[in-house]
Design a protein around this ligand. Structure first.
Ligand SMILES: Nc1ccn([C@@H]2O[C@H](COP(=O)(O)OP(=O)(O)OP(=O)(O)O)[C@@H](O)[C@H]2O)c(=O)n1
Ligand SMILES: C[C@](O)(CO)[C@H](O)COP(=O)(O)O
Length: 229
């Protein structure tokens, strides 16, 4: 069994509003996507990394040149994150075996480390339903429906991170059969819809998703620190 990384990197970064896709923003002088890919290139567990970009992407060839070993750029991005992943899996059907594990990881989470990849694989590599990094909720959680505000018990609540790792055949089936792919914001939820429970593996705050302008400084702070502890 081999482990492959699949990185959706075809988003436009509307909430970042940088004027170009946020995965190419410099963090400590290096493009975000390059930080993200390097976490997988540094991991001895990962056989190969595939990055999905949009067909008209004008940045990826500079950030991930063709002579960079261990990574392949696929120009098959879709209109949503789910579509980009599904298109990537379709292209890779002959290269990734049914029981091989696919680690889907957002380009926009550059704080991932080889140690976090190793932890995910150690704790969920043998799980038939796969697993994902996630963080237990530590704040008090409020719900607002119309004008009514209530407090939701935080026991058992987790915030999903990536990588999210599944046997490739299971992930393919989950994404192909998802009734409303637009409503699915992570891969695990497609697997949950098949009646399965992916394992939650505690991640780390450094693996934040860079979404808003304020996240850039936080990501740079974590990237300047060596340890995940
Ligand atoms: N059509 C899309 C949309 C998103 N993504 C990727 O999915 C990850 C998580 O998405 P998000 O943070 O929402 O990125 P964007 O869609 O770029 O951001 P926004 O929603 O603010 O436009 C990112 O690595 C993004 O590049 C993708 O591959 N294809
Ligand atoms: C996959 C994800 O990063 C898990 O937290 C998240 O669901 C992506 O969400 P977004 O709506 O694309 O920002």
């Amino acid at each position: 069994m081999n482990y492959f990384a699949l990185i959706p990197a075809a988003g436009v970064g509307a909430r970042m509003a940088a004027g170009y896709p946020k995965q190419y923003l410099p963090l400590l002088g290096k493009p975000m996507l390059r930080h993200t890919v390097e976490a997988f290139l540094r991991s001895p567990l990962v056989a190969h990394t595939y990055v999905v970009v949009s067909a008209d992407d004008g940045y990826a060839d500079d950030v991930l040149p063709a002579d960079l070993d261990g990574v392949t750029v696929l120009r098959c991005g879709g209109a949503t994150r789910m579509e980009s992943i599904r298109n990537g899996l379709r292209l890779l059907a002959s290269r990734i075996g049914a029981e091989d594990r696919v680690l889907v990881h957002d380009a926009a989470r550059p704080g991932l480390t080889p140690e976090l990849i190793e932890k995910l694989v150690a704790e969920a590599g043998a799980e038939p339903a796969g697993g994902l990094l996630a963080l237990p909720v530590v704040d008090t959680v409020k719900s607002k429906r119309g004008g009514t505000v209530t407090t939701t018990p935080r026991d058992g609540l987790w915030l999903a991170q990536t990588p999210q790792m599944f046997p490739s055949a299971l992930l393919r089936r989950a994404l192909e059969e998802a009734p409303d792919p637009d409503a699915i914001t992570d891969d695990a939820s497609a697997v949950e819809l098949l009646g399965l429970s992916p394992r939650l593996v505690e991640g780390h705050p450094r693996n934040l998703k860079v979404t808003l302008p304020a996240d850039i400084r936080i990501a740079e702070m974590y990237l300047s620190m060596e340890s995940t502890q």
